[in-house]
Design a protein around this ligand. Structure first.
Ligand SMILES: Cc1ncc(COP(=O)(O)O)c(C=O)c1O
Length: 387
């Protein structure tokens, strides 16, 4: 590919743009991960992560992508043949369910049309039928990155409580942590799964489990094999800021800096910023005369917006035009949404002008690709942002 001047616009819904401050923080010599300096770093990041999850429980850091943290959540809490109730909100929820099957669990699926989040009433109904408590866990993806739909985790918690069911609540916050409000302790989440490459503004390579007291108790009797993912050894070492194996030291330098940035902005301001950019983006989509995939306004995502293409037009062709002409990457449609939607990431290190540039790239791309639309989306978003 020939040299493209200016900055590439990485507007997929993660990995997200890494701030210069974080890049600089990572560009430091790797230190002895068993030496005293590392212990200080380890203790600091392990403590500072907790408020981001809104938890007082331990947070575990793996040198792995988000998929690893999914596996860790399952193998630490469950035993072969255990039933897991999972809500098929989109592509990532389906992958998590496939993983559960491969690990020897028995996932039971509540389907959706991929335009709505997990249905608390359907969860309640299924759990009420399960009088023998065969279902050991409920797995929900908070922000479904393939659809831009947010499941209402607080409502899911209430549904489980109304059914008086002891199932653990496992929640994937890979594309919501530090961008969409998430309250682990208030919502009684037992295991929170997260990753570094989205709201935390880091490169890919770290993932997380935040672990409730009930989850730790379940881990004591869980029989699925685990070694690398084992919480027990990890927590024993984490007490002093260390890890049972070699940690991703330079990513932890980046994490320390990213946590400072989030604290400086204030977590609630971070959520408000994402909500506002989601709203501006949806105004642009509506003004283009296109449709947002998420069908329930109560479930709109602040992290990303999936946009439906008009019938007969290819989302992948549009994305190709935008990449080649304007050097911007947009998210592809996944699974059954392949070629039918494109996804605009508006999360992480992002501001009004980044959004203005992103929407301009989409609008010019729609024109160049010959996709029918009203060229009024950028105007609508700017009016909203300027007001
Ligand atoms: C909601 C969600 N869950 C799980 C994953 C898988 O994480 P990873 O690709 O980091 O392994 C992703 C990746 O984008 C995701 O968005």
């Amino acid at each position: 590919m020939s040299y493209a001047s200016g900055r590439h616009f990485l507007q997929i819904p993660g990995p997200t743009n890494v701030p210069d401050r974080v890049l600089r923080a990572m560009a430091a010599p790797t230190i002895d991960h068993r030496g005293p300096e590392f212990g200080v770093l380890g203790r600091e990041v392990l403590a500072e992560l907790k408020p981001i999850f809104k938890t007082r429980h331990p947070v575990i850091i793996y040198p792995a992508s988000g998929t690893g943290a999914w596996e860790a959540a399952l193998v630490n809490t469950l035993s072969p043949g255990d039933r897991v109730l999972m809500c098929e909100t989109g592509w990532f929820a389906s992958l998590w369910q496939q993983m559960a099957k491969r690990l020897g669990l028995e996932p039971e699926l509540i389907p959706t049309d991929w335009r709505h989040g997990a249905d608390p009433a359907a969860i309640e109904e299924r759990l009420e039928q399960d009088r023998a408590h065969a279902i050991k866990a409920v797995g929900v993806v908070h922000n479904e990155t393939s659809t831009g739909v947010v499941s209402r985790i607080g409502e899911v918690r209430k549904a489980i409580d109304r059914a008086r069911h002891p199932a653990l609540l496992l929640v994937d916050t890979i594309s919501s942590l530090a961008s969409v409000d998430f309250r682990m302790d208030e919502w009684g989440v037992d295991v929170t799964v997260a990753g570094s490459q989205k709201g935390l503004m880091l490169p890919p390579g770290l993932s997380f489990n935040a672990v409730s007291t009930r989850a730790l108790a379940a881990a004591k009797s869980s029989k699925l094999p685990k070694s690398f993912w084992g919480w027990d050894e990890m927590l024993a070492h984490n007490k002093n800021g260390y890890f049972p194996y070699t940690p991703a030291t330079n990513l932890l330098y980046g994490l320390r800096e990213a946590l400072k940035m989030l604290n400086d902005e204030g977590l609630e301001n971070v959520f408000a910023r994402h909500t506002r950019h989601g709203e501006a983006t949806r105004r642009a989509v509506a003004a283009w005369g296109l449709e947002v995939l998420c069908a329930n306004p109560a479930e709109y995502s602040g992290s990303l917006t999936a946009v439906l293409m008009p019938a007969g037009h290819s989302a992948d062709r549009l994305r190709k035009v935008v990449l080649e002409a304007f050097d911007m990457s947009l998210g592809t449609g996944l699974g059954r949404l392949a070629d039918k939607v494109f996804r605009i990431g508006h999360l992480g290190h992002f501001n009004d002008l980044t959004l203005a540039g992103t929407l301009s790239g989409v609008e010019m791309g729609l024109q160049r690709a010959g996709v029918p639309h009203e060229p009024a989306g950028v105007r609508a978003a700017l009016d909203f942002l300027a007001a």
